[in-house]
Design a protein. Structure first.
Length: 255
């Protein structure tokens, strides 16, 4: 099950954290993986790790807010492999800021990367996938996305962008079903990644305390536990699933 042999998969924001884990997991199931990040630095390490394990991968620097760069990379991918089967829209940023202190520039940057970037990549990917009447687009949202009763201080821009990802996912799934493209979202809870650990040490401490109070499994999640859902949604076994958001949160929403 979950065989991805010879499928071509592109993962954005794959230098570290969940993106790196997604790339490794897809490669582990046989996919040829395109590892991308805003700059190419660091991506080669992920590629080397995949190759060392017997997989196939290449890396590109790609700013997901820049359509010209997206087109350049996708053109290279099609030139090399002749197709694109799987897109994991993982690139994202989170820089906490109280809403009353947030600047327009800070708002725009977060929304541009987390929402606009996902749309631009999905749009281009769908044009390629439609040629073969088969595709999987997996958008990474968050438990902090509205409608679930989970709000984090300093995350108005982030939550707005991730809520937009869920709404966008549902619409794209409806529009592109006839093209053979399944579009789903994954909304992770607190996952042990640099995005959680690095921006604000005090915030990280608060999040860990909140996890102990709210998460039935009583621990922070591992990137690989989200990657397992990515692999499933990328596979043929998920052929009848589209327009759905899967929460990988240790039971946070159940409590």
């Amino acid at each position: 099950m979950f065989e991805l042999k010879d499928k071509v998969a592109l993962v954005t924001g794959a230098r570290q954290g969940m993106g790196r884990a997604h790339a490794l997991a897809l490669a582990g199931q046989g996919a040829r993986v395109i590892v991308t990040n805003r700059t190419v630095e660091g991506c080669q390490e992920v590629v080397d790790e995949i190759i060392a394990k017997g997989g196939e991968a290449v890396c590109f620097g790609m700013d997901v807010t820049n359509k010209a760069e997206i087109d350049r990379v996708f053109d290279e991918v099609i030139k090399k492999y002749g197709r694109l089967d799987i897109l994991v829209n993982n690139a994202g940023i989170y820089v906490p800021k109280p809403a009353l202190e947030m600047t327009e520039k800070e708002w725009d940057k977060t929304v541009d990367v987390n929402l606009k970037g996902q749309f631009l990549c999905a749009q281009r990917a769908a044009k390629e996938m439609a040629k073969n009447k088969w595709g999987r687009i997996i958008n990474i949202s968050s438990i902090a996305s509205g409608g679930a009763g989970i709000g984090f201080s300093g995350a108005a821009h982030y939550a707005a962008s991730k809520g937009g990802v869920i709404g966008m996912t549902e619409t794209l799934a409806s529009e592109w079903a006839d093209l053979g493209i399944n579009v789903n979202a994954i909304a992770p809870g607190a996952i042990d990644t640099p995005m959680v650990r690095e921006p604000d040490k005090e915030l990280s401490k608060e999040i860990n305390e909140e996890i102990m109070l709210r998460v039935p499994l009583k621990r922070i999640g591992k990137p690989e536990e989200v990657s397992a859902m990515v692999v499933f949604l990328a596979s043929e076994e998920a052929s009848y699933i589209t327009g759905t958001t899967f929460y990988v949160d240790g039971g946070w929403l159940a409590k």
